[in-house]
Design a protein around this ligand. Structure first.
Ligand code: ADP
Ligand code: MG
Length: 519
């Protein structure tokens, strides 16, 4: 059968092989990591991202930047995945993880140039990553995770983020209060803590609400805007005539028949309202529509009803008030009703928000995030989300480690010492991993306006003499010192996840020697 060429790919398929493939993947991965590098740390800068449609997002958050950048290159996409996995798993450290992944690639490139085989690099990186994880475990502080310490963790995750007219310290107090509120004997359910942003006031007006806030308003002007000690129904239905009824044709031969038909509809609608009143409902949250007729009867009966409630809000309200969501009005029983101490509607500019406070399930809380403009409120929301995640990670996933680059300095040191016991060329890869980790303290120094080489030397010297050394940034400058004393602390889980996911992405990219893209 010789002689005939065999085609296994379609004519338009593109293929890059060997060193070309490797080099192009590595360049792409490095380039992505490079874009977020300047945002690292408290003195990191923000990025302004403009979408096709002109929407603007201003942020310092690594995961958000990479997600909005709409990156197409498949290898670069893997760095974006590092950030998004980091965000999902621990909620912070996205810049750290992607910058580390990029630097691991840069080091791998040098090793490949020196003819170190990709699988040797992969094995060396995995061995180094294990040394790094052990080093992180050794760094975990054995202090009790009290509120003061947790506030430091929350503040460390927010410093450098645009938090408007409020400082990270004050916000940290609110964040820790929210987590403590949601804490039960069984742990902390992250969905017990909601965030709701509303513009029209400075960020310092941000507050903790012990309950749920929904964006909807009363369905009728005659309804009460405030109800105390409320029996609450959550209804996943429309309080309106069925479609079939509305479209039904009436065979009308005289006016009295038409009136009869309309009366029957009126009666049916009024019946809906009566069902709620008879069941003892004071406040109803309805996911569907409420017909005007129903709303006006409810209003007369002093029932507050809110329509078009989102599914998320409805389930949060059901959870907070201890009510059972009912899908059909016939099924409504008084046992389905929940309870809230206070339900009230507040106006913010043109928007009405309904607050459900003091529910039966007192764990549910909402951080009511305020900002002068939407951009400020949105970035503040991202910062608070990170802060909530780090406090929860510290409490539930193995404590905290010194921040400000101190953990990275210690990791690099431990990996370098560990490298001596690794045989052959693999040792070069383990050492390269340690050099890659240095990019993090080096970048913190650069972003603080310090000379990165001098800073690294100072940090290592102090690490050798004191056992811990970070580059603490205060105001306009940075000093080498003890991050624990300065209250700069990160969850151990953030560092672990960053080491693991950066290693995984870098080794995966380094292994590829053939890129086949079908068009
Ligand atoms: P990431 O997306 O990786 O969380 P950040 O921009 O939030 O990136 O920066 C996190 C780093 O900043 C952590 O290493 C943390 O320890 C450090 N950091 C936080 N506060 C300070 C501070 N006051 N001085 C120095 N470093 C700090
Ligand atoms: Mg952070």
């Amino acid at each position: 059968m010789g002689g005939q060429p065999m085609f296994i790919l379609s004519e338009d398929a593109e293929r890059t092989r060997g060193e070309d493939a490797q080099s192009s993947n590595i360049q792409a991965g490095k380039a992505v990591a490079e874009t977020v590098r300047t945002t690292l740390g408290p003195r990191g800068m923000d990025k302004m991202l403009v979408s096709d449609s002109g929407d603007v997002v201003i942020t310092n958050d690594g995961a958000t930047i990479l997600e909005k950048m709409d990156i197409e290159h498949p290898a670069a996409q893997m760095i974006v995945e590092v950030a998004s996995t980091q965000e999902e798993e621990v909620g912070d450290g996205t810049t750290t993880a992607s910058v580390l992944a990029g630097q691991l690639l840069a080091q791998a490139e040098d090793l490949l140039d020196d003819d170190v085989h990709p699988t040797t690099i992969v094995e060396g990186y995995h061995a180094a990553s294990q040394l790094a994880l052990d080093a992180i475990d050794d760094l975990v502080l054995d202090e009790e995770l009290d509120d003061d310490l947790l506030q430091s963790v929350a503040a460390s995750s927010m410093t450098g983020k645009g938090t408007g007219d409020i400082n990270a310290g004050a916000l940290a107090e609110t964040v820790v209060a929210a987590v403590r509120h949601a804490e039960t004997g069984d742990g902390i359910a992250r969905n017990d803590i909601a965030l709701r942003t509303q513009t029209g006031a400075g960020a310092s007006a941000t507050e903790l609400v012990e309950g749920v806030i929904t964006e909807e308003e009363p369905a009728h002007a005659a309804m009460p805007r405030s109800v105390e000690a409320a029996n609450v129904a959550v209804l996943d239905l429309d309080l309106d005539l069925q479609e079939a009824n509305i479209d039904a044709e009436y065979n009308v031969t005289d006016v009295s028949q038409l009136e009869q038909a309309l009366d029957a509809e009126e009666e049916e609608l009024a019946g809906y309202a009566d069902t709620l009143v008879d069941a003892g409902v004071d406040v109803a949250f309805v996911t569907g529509d409420i017909a005007d007729r129903v709303a006006s009867v409810l209003g007369k009966e002093d029932v507050l009803a809110v329509e078009s409630v989102s599914d998320d809000d409805a389930s949060a309200i059901a959870r907070a008030t201890g009510s059972t969501t009912v899908g059909s009005l016939q099924d409504l029983e008084s046992a389905d009703l929940g309870h809230a101490d206070s339900i009230h509607v507040e106006s913010y500019g043109g928007d009405d928000l309904t607050f459900v406070e003091g529910g039966e399930n007192a764990e549910t809380v909402t951080l009511f995030v305020r900002g002068g403009t939407e951009h400020v409120a949105d970035e503040l929301e991202r910062a608070l989300n990170d802060a909530l995640d780090v406090v929860i990670a510290a409490l539930t996933e193995g404590g905290v480690v010194p921040g400000a680059g101190a953990t990275e300095i210690a990791i690099a040191d431990a990996v370098r010492s560990g490298a001596t016991s690794v045989e052959g060329r693999k040792q070069l890869a383990v050492e390269a991993f340690a050099d890659a980790v240095d990019v993090l303290p080096r970048t913190l120094a650069e972003n603080t306006g310090l000379d990165p080489i001098d800073a690294l030397v100072d940090l290592r010297n102090r690490h050798d003499s004191e056992g811990v050394a970070g580059l603490i940034s205060e105001g306009q400058s940075g000093n080498v010192g003890d991050p624990v004393d300065a209250g700069v602390l990160d969850p151990a889980a953030v560092k672990r996840e960053a080491a693991e996911s950066a290693t995984e992405a870098a080794t995966m990219i380094a292994r590829i020697d053939d890129v086949i893209s079908s068009s």
